[in-house]
Design a protein around this ligand. Structure first.
Ligand code: KG4
Ligand code: ZN
Length: 336
C-alpha cells in the first residue's frame, strides 16, 4: 500500500488564523486556530485591514506549530482557502501556502471556503454521499443539492443578510457584543420562543431562497420601543426561532423535492442549539439522516480546508501557483 497522503492547509478568509496538518481523510496530525474575535469586537465587526495585519503576524507562529508535528518531506500538498472571504485576508494565507508548496516541491491546492464548510459534516470519511447541504455561516446562507464530492447544485441562497449576520446584527442591537450568535443562543435557553411573533421571511415563497433582513428590521423596530431587561431571553428565543423555522422548513422541503434522505448542516450557525434540536425533530419525523460537523469544525477552521483538500488530492487535482483569490462567492466556482 502507498504511503498515506499528508496535507497542510491554511485558512485566513476572515478573522481566524488557522492551520492544520491532515493525513488521508481523518487522521488529525495537528490543528491550530488563533481567533482574532476579541481584537475585532472592539470595532463591533471585522475590520479587513486589521484582520490581514493580524494574519500576517500570527500565521508564521500558527503554521510553525503544525509543521513541528511532521518531518520535512512528509507533505504531499499545501492548501489554502482562496475564497470567498476578505480579499486582503485571503491573500496572506494563499501567499504563504504557495510559498511553502514551492519550497517543499509539492502541489498547491486552492480550496473554496464554502466547500470546506459543506464537506465538514463528513469529516474523516472518504465518500461524500448524495444529500442536501445547508451552509449557514456569518457570511453565507446556501442550500445545495449534492450528488457527491465536486458535484454541487445550488438550490437557493439568501437575498440579503446571511443567517449568522442576522444573529450578529440582532446581538449588536441588544448590546451583546461581536460576534453575538453564540450569546443569543445562550440567552435563548432560558426564554420563551413563542412570546414574540417575529416574521419568517420567505417561508412560503415556493422556492429555496432566504431573506433575513426583514426579520432584523422587525426586531430593531420592536426594540426601539424599549424593553425590560427581563424580556431579553424571550426576545432572543423568539428571534432565533424565526430564523430556525425558515432554515429547517426549506432544508427539509428541499430534501423532499430532490428525493434525498441525508441532510447536512454546516457553518458557525450549525452550533445553534435551537437549530440542532429543531432539525433533529424534523429528521426523525421525515426519516432523514442528519449530519453536523464535529465540535471545533463548525466555525472557521483549517481542518475542514485540509479535508476538502484531501478530496481534491485524491481526485488528482492541483492548482497553479498563480491561481488568484476569489473574494466573492461565485456559484460557478464550485457548482458542477
Ligand atoms: O462559519 P463561521 O465561523 O464564519 C463564516 O464563514 O462566516 O460562522 C460565524 C457565524 C457568526 O455569525 C456567529 O455569530 C455564528 O456563526 N454563530 C452562531 C453560533 N455560534 C456561532 N450563531 C448562532 N448560534 C450559535 N451558537
Ligand atoms: Zn466560514
Amino acid at each position: 500500500m502507498s504511503r498515506p497522503r499528508t496535507v497542510l492547509a491554511i485558512e485566513t478568509s476572515c478573522d481566524e488564523t488557522a492551520a492544520a496538518v491532515l493525513r488521508e481523510f481523518g487522521d488529525v496530525v495537528a490543528h491550530e486556530i488563533f481567533s482574532q474575535a476579541q481584537i475585532h469586537s472592539a470595532f463591533g465587526g471585522v475590520v479587513p485591514e486589521v484582520a490581514s495585519r493580524n494574519h500576517l503576524e500570527s500565521l508564521p507562529f500558527v503554521v510553525g506549530r503544525v509543521l513541528d508535528k511532521i518531518r520535512p518531506g512528509d507533505l504531499d500538498a499545501v492548501a489554502a482557502t482562496t475564497g470567498p472571504g476578505l480579499a486582503t485576508a485571503l491573500l496572506v494565507g494563499a501567499a504563504a501556502a504557495k510559498g511553502i508548496a514551492i519550497g517543499a516541491g509539492v502541489p498547491f491546492l486552492a480550496v473554496n471556503h464554502i466547500e470546506g464548510h459543506l464537506l465538514s459534516p463528513f469529516f474523516g470519511g472518504e465518500e461524500i454521499p448524495a444529500h442536501i447541504a445547508l451552509v449557514v455561516s456569518g457570511g453565507h446562507t446556501l442550500l445545495f443539492d449534492v450528488e457527491g464530492f465536486g458535484k454541487y447544485n445550488l438550490l437557493g441562497r439568501t437575498r440579503d443578510d446571511a443567517a449568522g449576520e442576522a444573529f450578529d446584527k440582532v446581538a449588536k442591537l441588544l448590546g451583546l457584543g461581536y460576534p453575538g450568535g453564540a450569546e443569543i443562543d445562550r440567552l435563548a435557553r432560558g426564554g420563551d420562543p413563542g412570546r414574540f411573533d417575529f416574521p419568517r421571511g420567505m417561508l412560503d415563497s415556493g422556492d429555496f431562497q432566504f431573506s433575513f433582513s426583514g426579520l432584523k428590521t422587525s426586531v430593531r423596530i420592536f426594540l426601539e420601543k424599549g424593553f425590560p431587561e427581563r424580556d431579553l431571553p424571550d426576545i432572543c428565543a423568539s428571534f432565533q426561532r424565526a430564523v430556525v423555522d425558515v432554515l429547517v422548513a426549506k432544508t427539509f422541503r428541499a430534501a423532499q423535492a430532490q428525493n434525498r434522505n441525508i441532510i447536512s448542516i454546516s457553518g458557525g450557525v450549525s452550533t445553534n442549539a435551537c437549530l440542532r434540536e429543531s432539525a433533529e425533530q424534523a429528521a426523525e419525523k421525515n426519516r432523514v439522516s442528519l449530519r453536523f460537523a464535529p465540535d471545533g469544525l463548525r466555525t472557521d477552521n483549517a481542518l475542514m480546508i485540509a479535508y476538502a483538500a484531501a478530496h481534491h488530492l485524491a481526485a488528482g487535482h492541483s492548482h497553479p501557483c498563480d491561481t488568484d483569490i476569489r473574494p466573492n462567492f461565485d456559484p460557478a466556482s464550485i457548482c458542477s
